[in-house]
Design a protein around this ligand. Structure first.
Ligand SMILES: Cc1ncc(COP(=O)(O)O)c(C=O)c1O
Ligand SMILES: [Zn+2]
Length: 420
C-alpha cells in the first residue's frame, strides 16, 4: 500500500480520503485541483535516504509516490538523469556555482516522461487502457511514448501549430492524434470533454493530481545527487506551472521527512509573451480569479494563457521566498547557444528560457556570486530545430562551403580559422 493519506483541495482546503475522488475537488469542477497528501511518519519510520530501494530511475523513490506496486511501471527507464557541474556557465552568469539537470536525456527527451509514466501506472490501477491528454507537445510525446512502452492506447490533442518533431514523435509511437485548429487551451477543453464522455484516463495537467507526483521525482534526484544538500535556487521554465509545483512538492516532502534542512528558492521563468503567473505575482493578484492572458512566444512549451496548475505554481514561489521572472523571445533564443556552447547541453526554447531567467535574476539582484543554482534543462533542443537554427545563426556560426574535390579547401579553412 502506498503512503497516500488523502487529498486536499487547493481552492477550498477540503480534505478527501484516498478513495473518495478520482481527480479534482467536486465542489469546483475542473478548477478544483487537489494536492496528494502522505503519512510522513509512516514513510519516515520505514525509509531513510540510506535505505531507498534499488528500483530503476524515478521508481527508486516509490515509497514517496502514490503507487501501490510497480508491476504496471512502463518497461523503459524514466528518470535517473545526470546532474552536471557547469563552471563556465557559472562564470558567464556571475554565480558561485551552476549545475545542469539534464532532462533532455529522458526517453522521449523531456521531463514530462516522469508524469506520463505515472499516468500509465495510475490508469492501470483503475483498469483503463486508453489515456488522453492535451499538450503543447512534450506531455503528448511523453504519454505516447509511455503508452507505447506499456501497450496502452494514447489519444492526444495538440494544437496543429506544435513543432514538427513533437508531432512526429506522436505519429511514430502510434498514438491517435487530434490536431486542434486552435490554441493549447482549446485542446485541453476538447481532451477533457472526450475523457469524460468516453471514460478514458485523463492525464491533463492541473486536473490529474498525480502529474505533480511524477514530476516531483526530479528534485528528489537533484537533492540525492548533491548528497542531500540543497542548492540556493532552482530555475525552471513555467507554462502551466505543474513542473514548478512538482519541484515544490518534492522539496516539501523531503523537508517534512527531515531529509533536507532548508528549501531552495524557486525561480519560475515565463516568456514575456505568456506571463500570467509572473504578472499575478508582481501585482499580488489572485491566480484563481485573474482572467486569462495572451499567450504568444517562441517557447511553445511554456505558452499558456491560463496556466492549469497556477495555484500550485504560485504557492511554490511564495512558499520558497522565490521569484517569477519573465524574459523576451530574443533572450530565450540567445540562451540556447549560450548554454549549449558552455556545457554541451542543447535545450529547447522553454528550457533555455529558464537559463535566460537565471541571467535576469542575476541582473535584478535576486541571485549573486555567492549563490549555487540548478538550471533544469526540461527538454531537448532537438524538439524544435527551427528555433534553434535561428538562435545559432544570431549568435554567430562558423560555417563555410567546400567543393567536393577539395580544390578550395585551404581557402575555406583559412576563412574558418580567421587566418586571412
Ligand atoms: C520543455 C518544457 N519546459 C517547461 C515546461 C513548463 O512546464 P509546466 O507547463 O508544467 O509549467 C514544459 C511544459 O510543457 C516543457 O515541455
Ligand atoms: Zn474544493
Amino acid at each position: 500500500m502506498s503512503a497516500v493519506s488523502g487529498f486536499r483541495c487547493m481552492v477550498c482546503g477540503r480534505s478527501y480520503a484516498p478513495d473518495e475522488i478520482d481527480y479534482v475537488c467536486p465542489d469546483h469542477g475542473r478548477e478544483g485541483v487537489v494536492d496528494v497528501e502522505y503519512d510522513y511518519d509512516a514513510i519516515g519510520r520505514a525509509w531513510s535516504p540510506a535505505t531507498l530501494p534499488d528500483a530503476p530511475g524515478m521508481w527508486r523513490y516509490h515509497p514517496l509516490l502514490p503507487v501501490d506496486d510497480l508491476t504496471a511501471v512502463p518497461p523503459i527507464l524514466v528518470g535517473g538523469t545526470p546532474l552536471m557541474d557547469a563552471p563556465r556557465l557559472a562564470a558567464i552568469a556571475g554565480l558561485g556555482r551552476v549545475w545542469v539537470k539534464d532532462e533532455g536525456r529522458q526517453p522521449t527527451a523531456s521531463l514530462k516522461d516522469r508524469a506520463s509514466a505515472m499516468a500509465v501506472v495510475k490508469a492501470a490501477e483503475r483498469g483503463i487502457d486508453t489515456l488522453t491528454t492535451a499538450s503543447t507537445g512534450n506531455a503528448a510525446a511523453a504519454l505516447a511514448g509511455m503508452c507505447a512502452a506499456s501497450g496502452a492506447r494514447a489519444v492526444i490533442f495538440v494544437p496543429e501549430s506544435a513543432p514538427q518533431a513533437k508531432i512526429t514523435q506522436l505519429l511514430v509511437f502510434g498514438a491517435s492524434v487530434v490536431l486542434v485548429a486552435g490554441s493549447y487551451d482549446r485542446a485541453v477543453d476538447l481532451s477533457m470533454d472526450a475523457a469524460e464522455r468516453r471514460g478514458w484516463y485523463n492525464r491533463n495537467t492541473g486536473f490529474n493530481p498525480y502529474m505533480t507526483e511524477g514530476k516531483k521525482t526530479v528534485v528528489y534526484e537533484i537533492c540525492e545527487q548533491l548528497g542531500w544538500r540543497v542548492p540556493d535556487a532552482i530555475a525552471v521554465g513555467v507554462g502551466d506551472g505543474c513542473i514548478i509545483g512538482g519541484i515544490h512538492k518534492g522539496l516539501s516532502d523531503l523537508a517534512a521527512l527531515g531529509w533536507i534542512d532548508r528549501m531552495p528558492r524557486l525561480v519560475g521563468v515565463q516568456a514575456e509573451g505568456s506571463q500570467f503567473l509572473a504578472e499575478a505575482w508582481r501585482n499580488g493578484e489572485d491566480p484563481l480569479t485573474k482572467s486569462a492572458a495572451r499567450a504568444d512566444t517562441v517557447a511553445d512549451s511554456i505558452s499558456a494563457g491560463l496556466p492549469r496548475d497556477r495555484l500550485k505554481a504560485m504557492r511554490a514561489v511564495l512558499d520558497t521566498d522565490g521569484v517569477f521572472v519573465s524574459v523576451s523571445d530574443d533572450e530565450i533564443l540567445a540562451a540556447i547557444p549560450e548554454v549549449a556552447r558552455a556545457t554541451g547541453v542543447f535545450g529547447e526554447p522553454a528550457a533555455a528560457a529558464a537559463w535566460a531567467g537565471v541571467r535576469a535574476a542575476v541582473r535584478n539582484g535576486f541571485l549573486g556570486p555567492a549563490d549555487e543554482v540548478v538550471w533544469i534543462n526540461t527538454g531537448s533542443g532537438l524538439k524544435d530545430v527551427a528555433a534553434a537554427t535561428r538562435a545559432a545563426e544570431t549568435a554567430g556560426v562558423s560555417t563555410v562551403r567546400a567543393a567536393s574535390d577539395g580544390s578550395d579547401l585551404d581557402d575555406a579553412l583559412d576563412e574558418l580559422t580567421g587566418a586571412r
